[in-house]
Design a protein around this ligand. Sequence first.
Ligand code: HMG
Length: 402
Amino acid sequence: MSAQPLRIGIHDISFATAHQVLDLSEIAEHSGVDVGKFYVGIGQSEMSMPAADEDIVTMGAEAAARILDRHGAEGIRTLLFATESGIDQSKSAGVFVHGLLGMGENCRVVELKQACYSATAALQFALGVVARDPREKVLVIASDVARYALDSSGEPTQGAAAVAFLVTVDPGLVEIEPVTGLHTDDIHDFWRPNHLSTALVDGKYSLAAYLRSLEGAWNEYQSRGGVPFEAIDRFCYHQPFTKMAVKAHDRLNTIVGSPLDRDQRRAQIEASLHINRRTGNSYTASIYAGLLSLLNDDGTGDGAADGADLAGRRIGFFSYGSGSVSEFFTGVVQPGYRALLRADEDAAVLDDRVSIDYARYRALHESVDEVRGEDILTAAETSGPFRFAGITDQMRQYQRRG
Ligand code: HMG
């Protein structure tokens, strides 16, 4: 008699973002663009903007702390930190988080990079670790600050956020299914050379590359025995801006010859768009912020969708990272998932951000390039639980409050 296959997936998920926010009307006014282009055309209303004492480590630690507060660090022997806005060329940002959270020393910690895709690589690697030894728990942190040049076309799609999730057997939230479809293509649609703090992008080409990659990953997913389109209830896409998910889902419907009308297609993705619309692009974290947004939707509150109970329903995920690597895979939402969510806390994370005006945003943006390797002390500008305190003897210093 063969053993039952292990059920492995996401047991808990948590979210953090920067503590300041810029409404995109500020950028529209500065650049003389109709704000409808941002609110409707690209589907973005706000962007999170890190202060000088915030970065991928402070956001990642804040998201992960919520998970450790609930489950403890016991049994977590792997911490995977996915990012494309790394803060050191050698040391993993995850090691800073491991220290800030006081995790045990018997732990492997590593940083992963492939544009926005690497958190999905981390998820797949985590599933492998747990499959090999079901006693293992893996903490995945995806954290990024998306930066484009001032006055560039990518500027309104900037943003920042972190998502942390715990991968275990018998997951409480989403069991990840084994079939996946992959697509890799050596292109330059979006990239960031080592000497730049802002990304370079060929905007229109990047949209076409994303959609072509979706087709490639979907086709491989099907050829490897994936479920048909009709067996998937909700879809969760990488969201550089939320309209991209709308375009992607329309394209997938065309690829499969689906008869769904515009409203039916929209209903399959709407609930996944709420968080990203307000944080802006968070690169590696974006698709998992989409998952949290989808799970949190109970039909009430700001930005609510249909509030459907998703227990037993299948989600299709499309993870895309420029350059490019992508993956299509699926997961099934678990009974009782709602009891494990922190929807009010997540709403407060967004609502409690401090609004800044255009002048403050521009000064913060420009200040990033003023730091040239000398020691600095950062002012305590935000009230988050973790802060980047500065650089001493070339070493980054972080503090935990309280
Ligand atoms: P653009 O060229 O300035 O904008 O920037 P546009 O002229 O294409 O307009 C955008 C939309 O707004 C259009 O709608 C307009 O019609 C509409 P669409 O035709 O696309 O449906 N519009 C309006 N709507 C309502 N009221 C109005 C109005 N005016 C215009 N008044 C672009 C767009 C996406 C190119 C730019 O934001 C950009 O370069 N973004 C960065 C690149 C990006 O996000 N690419 C996405 C795919 S690549 C990816 O996802 C990976 C990435 O996350 C990085 C990684 O992997 O690490 C970026």
